[in-house]
Design a protein around this ligand. Structure first.
Ligand SMILES: [Zn+2]
Ligand SMILES: [Zn+2]
Length: 374
């Protein structure tokens, strides 16, 4: 009896030691003035539709990969595992919720309305009752979501279209005009739809980058090779479901995919400015000369800068890569007289991998000023 108790103790001890070994990667992207930058994935599946994993595993993966918010959006109309896993709307959320609470992950009840194109697939977020969306008629299904106050997003608009170029059908005009299209995926897994981005900019639709993962995340993305899942950054006033909902309806998102950030200038600019800092700011540039400027990038995203114009009297690199979490040295030559009567000099660049629209990089300025002039 005594031995049994002892071995049980050892077992418990080693289990708790193993539990301690779990670790989370922190995504190094700064908050911006007035908002927290929450890392989110609003589209994934489990065995309750055509996914291959149990709902709690989605929470474990999200925690490990530094996410703050997830939505599991099993299909309403498609259940290939139903002989083994009975159709049970809302069960995914019920199973995953306690796990999410344990890890401090915000989980949003969701489902994917799944129809042929057009109209296509729609994720409905912040649902109260998933079963109500199980309607033969598409418009009744989407209306059931809207009646629950759901945020509705057009998923993977280029899916099964030629070259993945999305087509805007009459159904989409109706959805948009009648207030059923609040968001759109411009990135789904490894697909990017630049035309969808153009539509979102033009029509003020909230943009998303989600995984739509069906297998375990480790099967689709190899973190050891720095191969990361796409993420939607949400700028929320606090860390709560309500604040996330408010931010989505207000269009406060940026898509993070590969080493690209895509979104409105009002969010990309502060992300860049909070990431990048000039290290040696004690330079007296007023009489000109050659200076070594150290620029630190504290974020995990490399920034690829290309100069847009070279102001007179200044010589500096046309291209700079601000490597992730590193400091780079830039040589700047200032002709005599150029900086004698100004409060500082501005070096205009475009960040090629921060996009405000299709092929449109973010304009930024590196500002060099003398200490007395700050
Ligand atoms: Zn889908
Ligand atoms: Zn899906």
């Amino acid at each position: 009896m005594k031995t049994k108790f002892f071995s049980l103790l050892i077992l418990t001890y080693s289990l708790s030691l193993n539990a301690q070994l779990e670790s989370r990667r922190e995504i190094k992207i700064p908050d911006i003035p007035g908002y927290l930058t929450l890392k989110c994935d609003f589209h994934m599946h489990t065995v309750f539709s055509d996914g291959l994993v149990w709902p709690t595993l989605r929470v474990d993966e999200a925690w490990r990969e530094g996410l703050d918010v997830i939505a599991i959006s099993d299909h309403i109309e498609y259940h290939p595992h139903e002989d083994d896993i009975p159709v049970n709307f809302g069960r995914t959320f019920e199973i995953a919720k306690p796990r999410a609470e344990m890890y401090g992950i915000i989980i949003i009840q969701a489902a994917e309305i799944t129809r042929q194109m057009p109209p296509g697939h729609y994720n409905c977020l912040f649902l109260e009752d998933v079963a109500e969306l199980d309607q033969p008629d598409f418009w009744e299904a989407i209306n059931a979501a809207k009646n629950q106050g759901a945020f509705i997003m057009w998923n993977h608009p280029g899916w099964r279209q030629e070259d993945e170029i999305p087509i805007w059908y009459d159904d989409h005009t109706k959805l948009y005009e009648q207030g059923y299209m609040h968001g759109m995926e411009i990135v789904n897994g490894r697909s990017y739809y630049p035309l969808a981005l153009e539509w979102c900019v033009e029509k003020n639709i909230t943009i998303f980058g989600n995984t739509d993962v069906h297998s375990s995340i480790g099967m689709d993305y190899d973190l050891s090779l720095n191969d990361q899942r796409p993420i939607t950054l949400v700028f929320a006033t606090d860390r709560s479901k309500e604040a996330v909902k408010e931010a989505l309806f207000d269009g406060r998102t940026v898509v993070y995919s590969g080493d690209m950030l895509i979104g409105k200038e009002e969010f990309l600019k502060p992300l860049f400015n909070r990431s990048v800092e000039l290290v040696n700011t004690d330079l007296d540039i007023s009489s000109g000369g050659t200076f070594n400027i150290q620029i630190q990038n504290k974020s995990e995203i490399p920034y690829y800068l290309v100069s847009t114009e070279q102001p007179e009297g200044l010589e500096y690199p046309e291209k700079i890569t601000l490597y992730a979490e590193r400091t780079v040295m830039m040589r700047l030559r200032i002709s005599r007289g150029t900086a004698s009567n100004v409060s500082g000099i501005r070096l205009p660049y475009t960040v090629k991998n921060l996009l405000t629209n299709r092929d449109t990089g973010l304009p930024v300025e590196l500002v060099i000023s003398t200490p007395a002039m700050k």
